[in-house]
Design a binder for this molecule. Structure first.
Ligand code: ACM
Ligand code: ZN
Length: 550
């Protein structure tokens, strides 16, 4: 039996027994809100799987998919059925096996599982709740359920228990930089797959930057045909080197739609990022009229912050951005589009007659806090926010968008520490916490860097990620504006899928408990036990590369 009865006799004499994170009897990551262990077991192998007709089509399909996976791995057929009157039958105890029942009183991402010796009743209201219930059940079963191979000698019993669960935060994000290095659709799908196992629900997809433009825009084909490629890349950490090898790639709009649909099926919404007005050198290389000087420009070979940015003085820049964002908005059905806003040097704007004329026209002035050029960036942000609102979209921006003036309705992503998030929330803006201190997965996982793959530096071990408390230091009443937490994976030094997964795992599992669990349900020692005893085997079964525990 996979679950561990730590003190069996004590457990049996104290039923029902509330299990907390301190007592990792059942290995589930992220730790559910409440687990009550009860006496007895339920035989999952060969159990029929019954699903309420009241669920929508995709929820029923997810349950059917669970039946198929369980059948393949256990070697015993779990039949799938959608019987009428399922709730009454479950109530009367006249139905056996897994019974998925729609309970509209539960939240969208909430679920409850009541495992008895004859029936395992699963309640949810909406798709994500169904997915998370299935995910939890799979974590309680042998890891073979994640693979495609038969493991009929494994123990397919579940402990009788009641599990009530819902997330702490609505936004549970993971970011992926596909500009510095380009990752194929298959790599992105596998990234999404593992996010789904740990109940993350947002992929922040960084699709443009100085080193490469990665999303096909029909109106501006050269964004990808030219801006999607650079003619060389610095080697390792040597900023004076260049390999001279053409590098690049991009996603066609059909591929973008394919990834969006794939993510949706996993309960994940994609937040696309078009970083502006800085981090735009690749776009400038394709359309030099976008820059202040008119170029020529070239997609960057180095890492860092390029000082050539979009010209904020020319009307053609705003037209370009609106046309690009229109296509982006059509491709991504989620409510948010990330418009970047980070690290935009103002050196070009200070010299540019068009930018200076715009500053004059708008009556922008230096003050004791910010320069007129900084207020010009605020103007760009506001224009994009207003435009996207006409398309029914809201903006997210990096915390630099707080500098100067920010219009109501923007969401701030706090990356330079937590202060931006605290300030945003105090001012009534929604915010997402993704501080470098706890959420930058490009940072090293050991101080022994000689034995780690080359990287950007920093130090972010598993326990530090796990220890992040997103509401620490938050003034009274402001916490409700913290939508959630995200970790970022910038890929300057990460060129392969193997390395990407190594940086992601297992830190993303620690992140999932930060995102999902109430602080009182977190326990690092218990988490490590869950990893050692089960989760790392799940990663292996699914074929992921991960960093071994210290
Ligand atoms: C960032 O890391 N520049 C948001
Ligand atoms: Zn300019």
């Amino acid at each position: 039996m996979k679950f561990r009865l730590i003190i069996l006799s004590a457990a049996l004499s104290l039923l029902p027994l509330a299990s907390t994170a301190k007592d990792p009897v059942i290995h589930i990551v992220p730790q559910p809100e409440r687990i009550e262990l009860q006496k007895g077991t339920f035989k999952a192998a060969g159990a029929s799987i019954n699903c309420d007709a009241a669920f929508d089509t995709r929820s029923r399909a997810a349950v059917q998919d669970f039946a198929a996976r369980l059948s393949i791995a256990s070697g015993k057929v779990s039949s799938f059925a959608v019987p009428v009157g399922i709730a009454a039958s479950a109530e009367a105890g006249s139905i056996r096996g897994f019974v998925f029942i729609r309970d509209a009183s539960l939240g969208d991402e909430e679920y409850r599982i009541e495992i008895g010796s004859k029936a395992a009743k699963v309640y949810a209201s909406e798709y994500n709740g169904v997915l998370y219930a299935v995910t939890t059940l799979k974590q309680m079963l042998p890891e073979a359920v994640y693979g495609g191979a038969l493991a009929d000698d494994a123990d397919w019993h579940l402990p009788c228990a009641v599990i009530s669960d819902k997330p702490r935060f609505a936004y549970r994000g993971m970011h992926l930089d596909c500009s510095r290095h380009f990752f194929s659709v298959d790599v992105v799908k596998r990234y999404l797959d593992i996010m789904a196992v740990y109940k993350l629900n947002r992929l922040h997809w960084h699709l443009s930057d100085d080193q490469g433009w990665r999303i096909e825009i029909k109106r501006y084909p050269e964004l990808t045909l030219i801006g999607g490629y650079r003619s060389g890349t610095m080697i390792g950490r040597d900023f004076n080197s260049d390999d001279g090898i053409r590098y690049g790639g991009y996603y066609t709009q059909d591929q973008i739609r394919e990834v969006v649909a794939y993510a949706e099926k996993l309960g994940i919404t994609i937040v696309p990022e078009i970083d502006l007005p800085g981090h735009m050198l690749a776009a400038l290389s394709a359309y030099p009229w976008l820059g202040c000087s008119g170029g020529p420009y070239e997609a960057w070979h180095k890492w860092g912050v390029a000082d050539k940015v979009l010209c904020a003085g020319k009307e053609t820049t705003y037209e370009f951005l609106e046309n690009v964002l229109t296509e982006v908005a059509e491709l991504f059905p989620g409510e948010y589009i990330h418009i970047g806003g980070d690290e935009c040097p103002k050196t070009e704007w200070e010299k540019c007659p068009d930018c200076q004329a715009k500053i004059e026209e708008l009556g922008l002035k230096d003050d004791d806090r910010f320069s007129a050029e900084q207020y010009l960036q605020c103007y760009v942000t506001a224009c994009m926010q207003d435009f996207l609102a006409t398309l029914g979209k809201k903006i997210i921006g990096w915390d630099e968008i707080l500098e100067g003036k920010l219009a109501e309705g923007a969401t701030v992503m706090s990356w330079r520490g937590v202060q931006g998030g605290i300030e945003a929330a105090s001012l009534g803006f929604d915010a997402i916490m993704t501080p470098t201190s706890h959420c930058y997965f490009d940072y090293m996982q050991s101080r022994d860097t000689d034995n780690e793959p080359v990287g950007i530096g920093g130090f972010l071990p598993l326990d530090k990620v796990y220890g992040f408390e997103p509401l620490e230091g938050m003034p009274e009443g402001a916490g409700k504006h913290i939508l959630g937490v995200q970790a970022n994976l910038w890929t300057e030094y990460i060129a392969t899928e193997e390395h990407l997964q190594y940086m992601l795992l297992p830190r993303m599992l620690a992140l999932s408990e930060v995102q999902w669990c109430l602080p009182e349900n977190k326990d690092f020692e218990a988490f490590k036990t869950k990893l050692a005893e089960h989760e790392l085997k799940v990663l292996e079964t699914m074929g992921y590369n991960y960093r071994k525990l210290d």
